[in-house]
Design a protein around this ligand. Structure first.
Ligand code: C5J
Length: 220
């Protein structure tokens, strides 16, 4: 059993039954010309977490832990993209439109790939998800159950949208979830801060939070 200094109280986990889940660290959200920027956001805020994410991913891989990567991705025919999602707001480019990195949020396009420094390795789980949550319309729960996973350590973007939604879905499915504070980011710093508070409030009602140095220390 590994004990991690965390909020609101220590987080205990076994490496063999814990997966690192990196949410949507794809070019569409992190690089100029993708979905994030098309919605009017400053993507540089998100780029700042990539070194911390890399350090955690390297350490987790070295420890032999299970790794899950997700991408927000739609089929090329957009049959899994409800019109309500595509038509929402007033973006410069909509889901499925041709952008500087290929079609926005479409599976297989250059912009839909995980950023190179965090690229999945053979054997790691990669989930293409049409929703904000990683469990909606994906085989993630079954894959984790098959491997006996009971605990999930989360990083990724954006904190209050796909990360928080996935954590809440996981919590309802019985996983003990930890969010790495410096491995997640929002286009809106106040939303990130509020999400961290929401997650760990009321005795970890959604889960725990800790920093990546705390996790790296626990893994050594
Ligand atoms: C958003 C995500 N923000 N990955 N997606 O639309 O958080």
């Amino acid at each position: 059993m590994t004990r991690l200094a965390a909020h609101p109280f220590p987080y205990d986990f076994e490496l063999a039954t814990t997966a690192l889940v990196l949410i949507d660290l794809q070019r569409d959200f992190v690089e100029p010309g993708g979905f994030g920027e098309s919605l009017g956001n400053d993507v540089r805020l998100l780029q700042a977490i990539l070194p911390a994410c890399s350090a955690v991913l390297d350490a987790w891989r070295a420890s032999g832990g299970t790794v899950v990567h997700t991408r927000e991705a739609h089929r090329p025919d957009l049959s899994d993209c409800p019109p309500a999602k595509r038509n929402r707001g007033n973006p410069r480019l909509r889901i499925g439109d041709e952008g500087p990195m290929g079609r926005i949020l479409v599976a297989g396009e250059p912009g839909n790939q995980i950023v190179p420094e965090l690229a999945p390795l053979a054997g790691e789980i990669v989930i293409d998800k049409p929703g904000k949550g990683a469990f909606y319309a994906t085989p993630l729960h079954e894959l984790l159950q098959d491997q006996g996973i009971t605990h999930l350590v989360f990083g990724g973007v954006t904190t209050e949208v796909c990360v928080q939604t996935s954590m809440r879905e996981a919590n309802d499915r019985g996983y003990d979830c930890l969010l790495l504070e410096d491995c997640t980011e929002s286009y809106f710093p106040a939303f990130k801060a509020a999400t961290l508070e929401m997650v760990r409030a009321q005795g970890a009602i959604v889960g725990w939070t800790a920093t990546s140095p705390q996790l790296l220390h626990a893994l050594t």
